[in-house]
Design a protein around this ligand. Structure first.
Ligand code: ZN
Length: 138
C-alpha cells in the first residue's frame, strides 16, 4: 500500500466522521431509501433537480459501515451539477474509482449502495422502475 492509498483511506474516514450533505432536503424532487442487509447499511438519498434534470442539491442520511456512509457522502458531493442521465450511466467502477481504495467483493455492496439508491430513485421518478421494487432485491 503506497502513500496514495493511505490518503484515500484518510479521505474515507474523514467523510465517515464528517459526512457532507448529511440530512434531508425540504423539497426534494425524489427521495429513495435502500439497504444492504448483508452489512446492515441503510441510506436515504434526497435529490433536487432543476427544470433541465440537472441535480441541484443532494442530501443523504443513513446508518452503517464506514464504506457505505463515506461513499454516500462523496457521491452526494460528486452528483451536484451533474444530470440524471449522468447519474444513471454510473456503474460500480465509477464508485470504486471515487473511493480510491481496493474494495473486497464482500464490501462492494456497501460501496455501491448510495449509487444504487440514487439511481433507483431517479428511475422511479422517471417512471422507469416499479416503486414496489426495492433496492435490495437485485
Ligand atoms: Zn457496509
Amino acid at each position: 500500500m503506497g502513500l496514495g492509498s493511505d490518503m484515500y483511506r484518510q479521505q474515507i474516514l474523514d467523510h465517515y466522521k464528517n459526512p457532507r450533505n448529511y440530512g434531508e432536503l425540504e423539497d426534494p424532487t425524489f427521495t429513495h431509501v435502500g439497504e444492504n442487509p448483508m452489512c446492515g447499511d441503510e441510506i436515504r438519498m434526497d435529490v433536487k433537480l432543476d427544470d433541465e434534470e440537472t441535480i441541484e442539491r443532494v442530501a443523504f442520511s443513513g446508518d452503517g459501515c464506514a464504506i457505505s456512509q463515506a461513499s454516500a457522502s462523496m457521491l452526494s458531493s460528486k452528483l451536484q451539477g451533474t444530470t440524471v442521465e449522468e447519474l444513471l450511466e454510473m456503474d460500480r467502477d465509477d464508485v470504486i474509482d471515487m473511493l480510491g481504495v481496493d474494495i473486497s467483493p464482500m464490501r462492494v455492496k456497501c460501496a455501491v449502495l448510495a449509487e444504487k439508491v440514487a439511481q433507483d430513485g431517479a428511475e422511479i421518478y422517471r417512471g422507469e422502475l416499479d416503486k414496489e421494487k426495492t433496492t435490495t432485491e437485485d
